[in-house]
Design a protein around this ligand. Sequence first.
Ligand code: A3P
Length: 346
Amino acid sequence: MEDAPQEGEAPVTTTAPHANAAEIVASLPLETRYPAFPLRQYAGFWLAETTVKAAVPLLHARLQPRPDDVLIASFPKSGTTWLIALAFAALNRSEHSPLAGDHPLRHCNPHDCVRFLDTELAFAKNTADMDTLMDELEALPSPRLLATHLPHSLLPERVMDESFGCRIVYICRDPKDALVSLWHFTKKAAPAAVVDAQSFTFQEMFELFCEGRCPNGPQWHHVLQYWQESVRRPDKVMFLRYEEMLREPERNLKKLAKFMGCEFSDEEEEAGVVRAIVELCSLEKMKNMEVNRSGSTKLGVKSESYFRKGVVGDWSRHMTPEMAQKLDKIVRDAVDGSGFTFASLA
Ligand code: A3P
């Protein structure tokens, strides 16, 4: 039986693909070597078991996208926090001047300025909490800023609907740097009781990553899917690269604002608004804010674990040339013929 759609809403069907993911989770291939949580292989990707159990089915059954939503999408450790901060500051600049001392980003971690769809649902303790979360999403005023680490092929189809679907901004990062960042984050963010920082070695992380057996992996398939969608629907899916954003933050912020429908005016540019947002969201500024130096996000992740070095090429301090060559080959073989290249493989 299908729910009748409200006027202006895309129909939600109870027979949507993936809506029954929870029922088959126990039968899916299991990976327990990733120390923070168990992973299950589902529809070609390794996802947190709780993502398959809770986030995927609920989002497929209930997420009602709006055309003016902005959905930030990424593979973990690709610059998501930075992109969220930039998008939030740009979208809300008329209400919150980036120069204001009480700007929300000065007293909230960027992750507490968006609703992180799959992660919040995966962290929910019970079905009542999940229901509350879905109700809260529905009640949010437009335009909503949402985020996800789900692969493109696991987003509810309604997100891509020509009339109801929303805009997606994807951030991609070189796989070797994403891997290094993930290793540090895994050790730093999780409670010591879950991840023994000493015993989870880089070699172990490297092997898991190369096999695609890490949260939302394989990383290169995640990237490729969004890139292909951005080529197919450039008006709805924007593809950004972390490395290019580091090189030209102002130019990329202007592109982002235009895509989100809140282009900067000449007057704003002359008044230094673009520069002020880039500065407010810079790694140095964010890392040194009191709110990001101590405490945890609403989901209980240590705030400081989102901010580390923020550079290109840190992988060379962790990998031998042989390791780098091995991963490069895996990635090159996987994306071969697609037309896509990672900057460091080009
Ligand atoms: P490193 O671990 O290489 O330093 P995510 O936000 O997707 O979890 O990605 C985290 C990575 O982005 C980390 O990379 C982190 O240092 C970097 N990062 C976080 N905030 C940033 C910012 N404001 N500017 C640039 N990079 C940032």
